[in-house]
Design a protein around this ligand. Sequence first.
Ligand code: FEO
Length: 174
Amino acid sequence: MISKKIEKALNEQIQMEGDASNKYLAMSLWCDQEGMEGAAEFFLGHSEEEKFHMMKLVKYIQDADGKAIIPAFAKPKNNYKNVEDVVKTAYTSEQKVTQSIYKLVSLSLTENDHQTHNFLQWYVSEQLEEEALMRKIIDKIKLIGGGPQSLYFIDEMLSAVHKEEESGAGEEVL
Ligand code: FEO
C-alpha cells in the first residue's frame, strides 16, 4: 500500500505524462499541417508512448491500493516557428519530466517506499533514452542545415527514426 503523499505525487505525474501525450499529439498535427508526414508520424508515436507512461502510473497506483485520478489536462501549444522549434520544445519538456521523476524517486526513498522506488526505475531509464533521442535529433537537424531541401531531409530522418522505433530497435538510425 502506498502513502497518501506518494499517491498524490504519482497522481501529479499522471498529469505530466498526459500533458506530454497531448503536447506530442499537437506537435504531430502541426507537422502534418506543414506537410511533414514523417515528422507527424514520429510525434504521433511519441504521443502514444506518453499515454502508455500515464497508464502505467494509473495501473501502479490502483495495484498498490491507492486511488488513481484522471485530471483535467492543459491545452497544448498548437503553433511552432519551425520543426527545430518543435523538437527543442520536446527536448525541454522531456528534461522537465526527468526532473519530476527524480523528485518522485527521492520522495520514495524518504518515505521508505521500496516498491514505488523499484517501479520508478523504469521511468529513470526511459527518460535517459528520450532525452538522448531528442538531443540526437537536434544535432541531426543542425547537420542538415538550412538548405533548400532541408525540410525534406528532416522529414525523412524523423520518418526513419519512427520506423526504427516501431520495429522495436529504438533510435538506431541516429
Ligand atoms: Fe513520459 Fe517522455 O516522459
